[in-house]
Design a protein around this ligand. Structure first.
Ligand SMILES: Nc1ncnc2c1ncn2[C@@H]1O[C@H](COP(=O)(O)OP(=O)(O)OP(=O)(O)O)[C@@H](O)[C@H]1O
Length: 809
């Protein structure tokens, strides 16, 4: 469509009135005129805008004069003006749009100026606004003058209300995340009191659900902010509060203008953020727990995963929020108490089990806080990222968990820094897995929910903390992992396909919480101190960004096992399962033996001196041995092959390669072992279920019960003697029970059964102790070691290979 310019329109007006339709129509109806328009070189936006503005002004004048008949131009020449009015009407919208564009340009210029004065995160915050709603967001831009103290203190301070981001588009379906799970009310022992704030937040969350913000195929990360009180030191130092929380939701951040910075006296720095809830410095630990985590605990009992992590600068109150003090316990403690309280409320049959692990990521190494030892390796399996060899404690009571927590915290790395006397130098992750078995229409349904409670190390600048080497190194690693975390947050928010979880151990461990099927809560801790303005602003920026992350739909982790109807089928199933169990156990023992052999070989390789450069014919083994290809589990190539003898200089590389292979095998065996243990556990549970069900059923006269006893002569005799007492006995496995402990548990003493806590063994330690099988394995390891050590690796390896061949045959 041809575009009218100011010159052309004025020419039209001067020469002759345009026809009464529109300019386009006019152009098309008059080919000469249209050619003139097309040839007009001034088809620029500004020209068009000016022309339209002119018309608009004329139209306004015309309207004004229409009220005053004496000034009406059309009183003299009505036909000449009508077309112009019509033209203006049809283009008014365009005109308005263009003037808006102009306004936007002006605003952008203003913003650029403003941005110059602001820090990078603030710039980012402006830049990230979704473009379609840019104009709408701008309409919210307004200046709020602080009330009360801040205004009195410095009349130049003003708080800018940052443009509010529009809510993300609603997902297609409804609620996946249940945020308000019935009134928690006041509980006697769990001591969870739902406060006004919590109720209000739940209401907000429900409203968010209704708006489609939460729910559907995914759920949004819930982001909360907690402001800590000003410390005495800060008060004494004359610091002022730069944070104000309004309506338990909005956070106003103000930077006090420096009196000496004359160039920027008029510049105003400040921001407004809005979160799911914001806690002022007077908020109690109970309130924080009830609002942020109580619902997640309920979800965990229903088989859903939940994560809570505290993020913030050093000394902002993360550890206080997560752990708290003896008088004011934090989220971890309150969550565990609540979990046990709820379990006791609904589990009369002991069908619940709670397992606990506690680890830290320090300087990019993962450590077990409950049984410290060598660093743990992260591995990805069906359940997500797991730390191989991490101790899982079975806990039976809150007290037990508290002791474990205390023990773990003693092992946690903390150091005094300039900012915080007890600064956590590591990220700590407490994981609680609650498993619950219920009967549903003839099936046994197992639900398992995992709650991860994460206390991150402080985000900080090197100068803010310490310059000493060790602290700097820690700081660098902390920042590295937090940088990786922010990259992941960015990638998730931008909906990128690749999320760089692998950049750090922390992000690997948080993978489930950030992008997996999990209900996630982030608590951003901030300090009110004006000296920490930069850190606070940074924390709020990331918290604001995290609001946009959507995790996957979090369904319940359920597993159902179908119960056969008839007793014959049940007995058959039991026998089948027992057979499978025994096979799995045998396989496990075989794998453990293989592992031991490999370790013995590796030990021998490490301890043996480097082979001589040119082996003496006297010392060299017989030709048959030397030439014989190795056919052991190391594929016959990695343990003193002829090649390795020829290249003694490569001995180190060879040992390294060998160690790598051993590690790979260990990992594989560990994986298999875990799977086997899991299967065995499930089957054992199922057998127990069947037996329980059977024992509860009243025996009817003449009914034939198929039991193992009825199938085996010896047990029939026992039964005749009346020695077969429990129904469980009938289903005893024909294979002696092998203790369900891992190799590492046996050799390293990492197992709960091997480790006494404070000289006292937990119930799980006692129940787990069945020493026969492990001692046999230990004996084997011991024998293998001495065997290899005394005979030398060459000969020992030959024997070991021969042994394995014969055992396999
Ligand atoms: N809400 C609060 N109420 C009272 N005191 C608090 C609160 N939050 C933090 N504190 C106090 O502030 C100090 C620093 O808190 P904390 O150790 O929890 O910080 P942090 O964020 O974990 O620091 P770092 O990252 O260095 O470990 C502590 O003395 C703590 O008791």
């Amino acid at each position: 469509m041809p575009v009218s310019t100011r010159s052309q329109v004025s020419a039209d007006r001067n020469d002759r009135p345009p026809p009464p339709s529109s300019l386009g129509q006019e152009a098309s109806s008059n080919p000469v005129h249209a050619t003139a328009i097309l040839r007009n070189p001034h088809h620029g936006l500004k020209e068009k805008m000016r022309a339209l503005t002119l018309f608009y002004e004329q139209h306004k004048q015309h309207l004004a004069s229409s009220h005053d008949p004496s000034k009406r131009p059309d009183a003299l020449a009505p036909a000449a003006h009508r077309p112009i009015v019509e033209l203006t009407e049809s283009n008014r919208k365009k005109n308005e749009e263009n003037s808006q564009v102009e306004e936007e340009e002006e605003e952008e210029e203003e913003e650029e100026e403003e941005a110059e004065a602001l820090d990078l995160p603030m710039k980012e915050n402006i830049i990230v606004l979704p473009s379609p709603s840019k104009a709408a967001a701008r309409t919210n831009h307004h200046v709020v003058f602080p009330r009360g103290g801040a205004a009195k203190e410095n009349p130049r301070i003003a708080v800018y209300s940052c443009p509010k981001k529009p809510p993300p588009p609603p997902p297609p379906t409804t609620v996946a995340r249940k945020l308000s799970m019935g009134g928690l009310g006041t509980q006697s022992e769990g001591r969870v009191t739902r406060t006004k704030n919590a109720t209000a937040t739940a209401a907000t969350a429900n409203a968010a659900m209704e708006n489609g913000e939460i729910g559907g195929g995914s759920s949004r990360i819930m982001v909360y902010v907690r402001l800590r009180p000003m410390s005495k030191k800060e008060k004494d130092g004359g610091s002022r509060s730069c944070v104000r929380i309004v309506n338990k939701k909005d956070v106003y951040l103000t930077e006090f203008a420096s009196e000496t910075d004359y160039l920027r006296l008029k510049r105003v720095r400040g921001r407004h953020f809005s979160f799911d809830a914001s806690f002022p410095d007077s908020t109690t630990q109970q309130e924080v727990y009830a609002t942020t985590t109580a619902d997640l605990v309920e979800g965990v009992l229903q088989g859903r995963n939940g994560s809570v992590f505290c993020y913030g600068a050093t000394g902002a109150g993360k550890t206080y929020t997560m752990l708290g003090t003896m008088e004011n316990p934090g989220v971890m403690v309150l969550a565990i108490k609540d979990l046990f309280f709820k379990i006791r409320q609904r589990s009369y049959d002991g069908n619940h089990s709670v397992q606990l692990s506690y680890l830290e990521v320090y300087n990019e190494t993962v450590r077990d806080l409950l049984s410290p030892g060598r660093p743990l390796v992260l591995r990805e399996d069906k359940q997500g990222i797991v730390a191989a060899g991490l101790t899982q404690y079975r806990a039976y009571s809150t007290d037990e968990v508290m002791k474990l927590l205390q023990q773990g915290n003693q092992n946690r790395t903390t150091e005094p820094t300039r900012v915080n006397e007890t600064s956590s130098r590591s990220h700590a992750i407490l994981q609680v897995v609650a498993e619950y078995k219920v009967r549903q229409s003839g099936n046994v349904v197992t639900r398992a929910g995992k709650l991860s409670l994460i206390d991150l190390a402080g985000s900080e600048r090197a100068l803010a903390t310490d310059q000493r080497t060790q602290r700097s190194l820690e700081g660098a690693n902390i920042n590295r992992s937090l940088l990786a975390l922010s990259s992941c947050i960015n990638a998730l928010v931008e909906g990128k396909k690749h999320i760089p979880y692998r950049n750090s151990k922390l992000t690997q461990l948080l993978k489930d919480s950030l992008g997996g099927p999990c209900n996630t809560v982030m608590i951003a801790n901030i300090s009110p101190c004006s000296l920490s303005f930069g850190e606070t602003q940074n924390t709020l920026h990331w918290a604001d960004r995290a609001k946009e992350i959507r995790t996957k739909a979090c369904g319940a982790n359920e597993e159902a096992i179908k119960m056969p109807e008839s007793e014959t089928d049940q007995a058959k199933l039991v026998l089948e399962l027992q057979k499978e169990n025994s096979e799995l156990r045998q396989q496990l023992v075989r794998n453990q033996q293989k592992l031991l052999t490999v370790q013995a070989q590796s030990l021998a390789a490490n301890s043996s001196p480097a082979p001589p450069a040119a082996p003496s014919p006297l010392l060299s083994p017989p030709c048959s041995i030397q030439r014989k290809p190795k056919c052991n589990i190391l594929a016959g190539n990695c343990f003193h092959t002829p090649e390795s003898r020829r290249k003694p200089a490569n001995n180190d590389a060879f040992v390294c390669e060998l160690q790598k292979k051993v590690k790979a095998l260990e990992t594989e065996i560990e994986k298999m072992k875990k799977e086997h243990i899991l299967q065995l556990k499930q089957k054992d549970e199922f057998i127990r279920e069947l037996i329980n069900k059977k024992s509860l059923k009243p025996k009817e006269g003449g009914e034939r019960i198929i039991t193992r006893a009825s199938l085996r002569k010896g047990e029939r005799d026992e039964m005749a003697k009346g020695e077969l007492k429990s129904p469980g006995h009938r289903f005893l496995s024909p294979v002696p029970t092998v203790k369900k402990r891992s190799f590492w548990d046996i050799t390293t003493g990492n197992s709960p059964s091997a480790l006494a806590i404070n000289g006292r063994k937990t119930r799980s330690h006692v129940t787990a102790e069945t020493p026969r099988a492990p001692s046999m394995l230990l004996q084997l390891a011991y024998d293998s070691f001495w065997f290899v050590f005394l005979l030398g690796p060459h000969i020992a390896n030959h024997f070991i290979s021969a042994g394995i061949r014969s055992s396999e045959s």
